[in-house]
Design a protein around this ligand. Structure first.
Ligand code: SF4
Length: 146
């Protein structure tokens, strides 16, 4: 398990560590559980992504599918906060600013845990959402997909 393993390092050291992890993975056939807030590193190292909000998994899918089709409103907000790489990304990028405070994980809200900050919340979101399929190997916990 690598929990924010490179977050405190400068970019060149980060790249060396990530490349070393990938080499070891290939050589020893390892599986990593890689926890990070840096979505660019997640993109580089992951085959499958789990997005968590307030201690709960809200989206799960292959790296390719989640990057192409960000389903959960929290996932969309997370991705909107990453720097754009290309000129086209810069032109098209729209930052999603979430309002409200993050609730306490000790006493999470009833229903969908994201409901107090979600721009799409409705009365239905007072009930806990089930898992819904976005596409093959990609699921999301959100009433918008019911
Ligand atoms: S279930 Fe409702 S509040 Fe939760 S993410 Fe979906 S739309 Fe937003």
């Amino acid at each position: 398990m690598c929990d924010e393993a490179v977050s405190a390092l400068d970019v060149s050291i980060q790249a060396q560590i990530i490349n070393l992890l990938k080499d070891l993975q290939d050589e020893l056939k390892l599986t990593y559980l890689f926890i990070s807030h840096d979505l660019n590193i997640v993109h580089f190292i992951s085959d499958e992504i789990l997005v968590m909000y307030l201690g709960q998994i809200v989206e799960r899918g292959t790296m390719e599918s989640v990057y192409r089709n960000r389903a959960h409103p929290y996932t969309q907000a997370l991705f909107s906060a990453t720097p754009a790489f290309t000129a086209e990304e810069k032109r098209n990028k729209q930052r999603i600013l979430l309002e409200g405070d993050v609730p306490s994980p000790v006493d999470p809200p009833a229903g969908c845990r994201f409901c107090g900050r979600c721009p799409y919340a409705t009365a239905k979101c007072a009930e806990e959402p089930q898992w819904y399929e976005v596409e093959e190997n990609h699921i999301v916990k959100c009433h918008l997909f019911a």
